[in-house]
Design a binder for this molecule. Structure first.
Ligand code: UD1
Length: 418
């Protein structure tokens, strides 16, 4: 059992390098299934989710070798394996193997994906999109059986701009004859990175970043050398940490445009933020002002993956604020834990009403999922006294060396492995 022990109250100062984006890498790693050639991925962070995706690649017969931070994937001996629960339950993105298998092998048998327990998280849009391309899909006994032998390009209309469904249809569509058009697709930067990655392998994809993606199927993809974009959610988490604790920190390897919505909010709470090339500097000298209302929405609006961290900030702000979580039904599991630390929050359905308090106090709390855990770390960093965060395995799925990076900017945080 791993836990974080935090002695809160230190201001932050120094420089951190932001790791590659987890949500970019997961579809890209699934994308390596699409070629017989070697793919080389640089700047690979040490996230548990990435290791679990590499297990899926190994199980598919791809030869994966990691040296320092570079992963080489050789797909020459790939085979269409069955992907059982032991591989799919640790991470939601295991479902990306379905699109990649349909692309390369024209068939797949995969168990339902697991991942963070933050809501229902159905995969109906993934399945409907693939069926629109002619895949035959049967769901039986917890498995999904896909036959893509008759797949052809087609039009897919997503009811909601789902990131996962967009990824799966792109992965299946690039090696499918004809033109596939995805309407109302996700516009996240990670979708753009996937498009660029696939195009570097010889795919013909355009439109990523807008609400329509057009894919012209090709027969074959070749190997590629790739460095993924940096993680905007990790960068956002450190920015919020600084806003809460006070001080001045500088983040290297950031893409300013990807965090513009959050940066605007942080300016409104009173932070000074500047950027140059791939560096963002944030300074906070006073207690954050409250933001009256924020709602989580698909990119480019406020990211649900920053909601728990921003709620932690609102807990110590100067007034009352409302947070509406539109994406996930049960993404408020951090609320009872924040209340243990002295926060004043009431939740009604998808809406949280937060009254800022001057101080949070250390307590023993539990990380229920990745971003909820990140929110609790931030609360602990600015709280008075000691906070123990249990079940931090969730947090380690998406933050690389969180404890040592925070220590390097002055935080008193220890990882305890019992
Ligand atoms: C991705 C991100 C996750 C982020 C989320 C929303 C990755 C690996 N994960 O997750 O960190 O929190 O986007 O920004 O990139 N939905 C359906 N049916 C479907 C698919 C989704 O109803 O078939 C709903 C979901 O329940 C949710 C919403 O659509 O309410 C958004 O989900 P989606 O964009 O698919 O999220 P993920 O791809 O799972």
């Amino acid at each position: 059992m791993k836990k974080f022990l935090i002695n809160g109250g230190n201001t932050l100062s120094g420089q951190i390098e932001i790791e590659s984006s987890k949500n970019s890498l997961l579809p890209i790693l699934a994308g390596t299934i699409l070629t017989e050639d070697k793919c080389i991925i640089h700047n690979l962070p040490n996230f548990l989710d990435i290791q679990n995706m590499i297990k899926i690649l190994n199980h598919t017969g791809l030869n994966c070798i990691t040296e320092d931070k570079t992963l080489t994937v050789d797909g020459s001996n790939a085979n269409c394996s069955e992907l059982g629960l032991e591989l799919t339950s640790p991470l939601r993105s295991s479902i990306y193997a379905m699109g990649a298998y349909l692309g390369r092998f024209k068939k797949a048998k995969i168990s339902y994906p697991g991942g963070c327990d933050i809501g229902l998280r159905p995969i109906d849009l993934h399945l409907r999109g693939l069926k629109d391309l002619g895949a035959k899909i049967i769901e039986q006994h917890g498995n999904i059986y896909c036959d893509g032998s008759k797949m052809k390009g087609g039009k897919v209309f997503l009811d909601f701009p789902s990131v996962g469904a967009t990824v799966n249809i792109m992965l299946a569509g690039v090696l499918t004859e004809g033109v596939t058009t995805i309407f109302n697709c996700a516009k996240e930067p990670e979708i753009v990175d996937l498009q660029n990655f696939l195009n570097s392998m010889g795919a013909k994809v355009k439109g990523a970043g807008s609400s329509t993606i057009i894919i012209k199927g090709v027969n074959k993809l070749h190997g590629v050398e790739w460095t993924p974009i940096s993680d905007r959610i990790v960068a956002g988490t450190y920015m919020i940490a600084c806003a809460m604790c006070g001080g001045k920190i500088s983040l290297d390897n950031c893409i300013y445009e990807h965090n513009q919505y959050l940066i605007n909010l942080l300016s409104r709470v009173g932070c000074n933020i500047s950027h140059k090339n791939k560096n963002i500097t944030i300074e906070s000298t006073r207690r954050p002002k409250c933001i009256q209302k924020i709602e989580t929405m698909p990119y480019p609006a406020f990211a649900t993956d920053l909601q728990p961290q921003f709620m932690a900030l609102q807990c110590i702000s100067t007034g009352n604020s409302i947070i509406v979580e539109n994406l996930y039904e049960t993404r408020y599991k951090h609320v009872p834990e924040l209340i243990k630390m002295g926060a004043n929050i009431i939740v009604k359905n998808q809406t949280a009403f937060v009254s800022g308090v001057e101080r949070l106090y250390g307590a023993e709390v539990r990380a229920s999922d990745l971003r909820a855990g990140a929110g609790l770390v931030l609360a602990g960093l600015c709280a008075k006294g000691y906070t123990t965060i249990n079940s931090i395995e969730h947090i380690l799925r998406g933050y690389e060396n969180l404890d040592t990076k925070l220590q390097s900017i002055g935080a008193d945080i220890k990882l305890i492995d019992e």
